[in-house]
Write a protein that binds this ligand. Structure first.
Ligand SMILES: [Zn+2]
Ligand SMILES: [Zn+2]
Length: 510
């Protein structure tokens, strides 16, 4: 009797026993010795080669064919090295304890079982990427729909009173006897993208290569190693935090993701993860690159702790998320930011990337150059020219003079709020004639501006008589508040769209 297509070793052994009219345990004792303890372990990972040889003799199936039913035969295609006693990459652990199974590790598709002339369990149903059936477009299950027990098909004939196990017993629950083929399908929604991704994964494993990342035939191992690195990067705590900003993917289901490997995650979490992966890897690397920029994902978080990062993944995160950024020239930055604004879109690096496919790297300005100082003052001049209301104009002139004096004399927000004309004279002994063709750059020029303001503009804000401060509030009719200085400064920077400029007043006087 031959194993069926993609049949799992344990499934085949059970069918073999039942076909010969034996219970599983009886046949195994007869064939492999009474001390045979194959069911005390994860037989699909650990069956000794001698046992397979004996099974080959009685079944007529070749040893090569039987070997292909084991999970270790995926070595070289799905994982580099089979590690039977630890956690094996991509294999869902079943947590064997004596003969019982503590945690679900074997899955099934009720529809597949129903359609099988002789129902059997697939090797794929032990793999961590298998969460849906692409053929039937439905969820895989990993517990009995009737009693919630993990699957343990080798135990299903233990309760049976009949000497000859009936057919189909292997797909009945060992605990409650429920026939998995009678599962009533729960309504659920599967995204088309997710189903296609599942097909791609299974196809890659079947044929040993995949069309991926501009490579027409990437070795499946390279593909799967890269996917696992991507999973580690996406599920890292820091990345999950940043992914909350995404408008495209929801990470609700990922919030309790285990740190020790995604193979330990429960089936619903893994299903959600692969649904996200399907979106993230769509038209690789386009969707992922968009996500990196949208959520500002970082190289350090995406690289995970794995050293195995195939080029197709490493190249992308290195180029797009690395801290080693090539800075954008000022000219280029300005032309791109102007073009973004020309579309009436609020400027951001993400928008720039979206509209022009150009990644911008710049540091927010920590100190302000004289050029930017001029730029801000000229922008305020333009605002003044556009403003018809005389009081509003006076407020803008106050701001301009205040920022200029603050900058030149290195006055803090508090200094500006308290500034009196006596204090100005104390700070600057000499003066010159006020010149409005050039912005004040020297203390003497700054003093001239303040004096001009004091004489010509200040009264328009109608301060109370007793008020001594130079800069006053139009509402309060008293000296301007320290916090208002900061707020007015931020307003000026934002209103004039000086994106790269730090909006904190303190950077202005650095
Ligand atoms: Zn199916
Ligand atoms: Zn059950």
């Amino acid at each position: 009797m031959q194993p069926k297509e993609d049949e799992l070793l344990s499934s085949w052994i059970i069918r073999l026993a039942h076909a010969h009219g034996y219970k599983v345990q009886t046949m195994c004792s007869m064939l492999l010795g009474s001390d045979a303890a194959i069911w005390n372990r994860d037989v699909d990972q650990l069956a000794p080669i001698e046992d397979l040889q004996r099974l080959s003799t009685i079944s007529g199936a070749s040893i090569e064919r039987i070997e292909k039913t084991t999970l270790r035969s995926l070595e070289g295609d799905l994982f580099e090295k089979h590690t039977p006693h630890g956690i094996c990459r991509w294999i869902v652990p079943i947590g064997v304890f004596h003969r019982s199974r503590r945690r679900p590790g074997l899955m099934f598709c009720p529809q597949c079982l129903k359609e099988d002339p002789e129902p059997y369990f697939r090797r794929t149903w032990r793999l961590a990427f298998a969460t849906i059936c692409a053929k039937h477009g439905c969820y895989l299950l990993d517990t009995c729909p009737n009693c919630n027990s993990p699957l343990a098909p080798h135990r299903s004939d233990m309760q049976s009173r009949t000497v000859f196990p009936k057919t189909g017993l292997n797909v009945c629950c060992w605990k409650c006897g429920f026939d998995y083929r009678k599962t009533i399908e729960q309504p659920h929604f599967l995204e088309e993208l997710h189903v296609r991704f599942q097909e791609k994964l299974e196809h890659a494993l079947n044929v040993g290569y995949v069309e991926w990342a501009n490579s027409p035939n990437m070795h499946s191992l390279v593909f799967f190693e890269g996917l696992r690195a991507l999973i580690a990067g996406l599920t890292s705590r820091q990345t999950r935090n940043r992914l909350k900003r995404s408008t495209n993917i929801s990470i609700a289901e990922l919030s309790n993701f285990p740190e020790n490997g995604f193979e330990f995650a429960n089936l619903p979490s893994r299903r959600e993860l692969f649904c996200i992966l399907a979106k993230v890897t769509e038209r690789w690397p386009k969707s992922f690159v968009d996500l990196i920029h949208e959520c500002d994902l970082r190289y350090a978080d995406l690289k995970g702790d794995s050293h195995r990062r195939p080029f197709w993944y490493e190249d992308v995160i290195h180029l797009e998320a690395s801290a080693k950024r090539i800075s954008t020239s000022d000219t280029e930055f300005n032309s791109i930011s102007n073009a973004v604004r020309a579309r009436n879109v609020k400027f951001s690096a993400f928008k720039a990337k979206q509209l022009f496919d150009r990644k911008l790297h710049w540091q927010p300005v920590t100190s302000v150059s004289d050029e930017t100082y001029d730029e801000l003052l000229i922008s305020i001049d333009h605002e003044i020219a556009r403003t018809l209301d005389s009081k509003d104009r006076a407020v803008l002139i106050r701001d301009k003079i205040m920022f200029a004096v603050g900058r030149v004399l290195k006055l803090t927000q508090n200094d500006l709020a308290c500034l009196t004309i006596d204090k100005v004279h104390q700070l600057v002994s000499n003066t010159e004639t006020a010149d409005f063709y050039n912005n004040a750059k020297t203390p003497a020029q700054a003093r001239a501006w303040v004096e001009w303001y004091w004489q010509n503009i200040r009264h328009q804000l109608e301060p109370n008589d007793a008020v001594m401060q130079v800069f006053t509030s139009v509402q309060r009719k008293k000296g301007i508040k320290r916090t208002t200085v900061g707020a007015r400064f931020r307003r000026a920077v934002n209103a004039n769209l000086l994106d790269r400029m730090n909006t904190e007043y303190k950077a202005w006087i650095k």
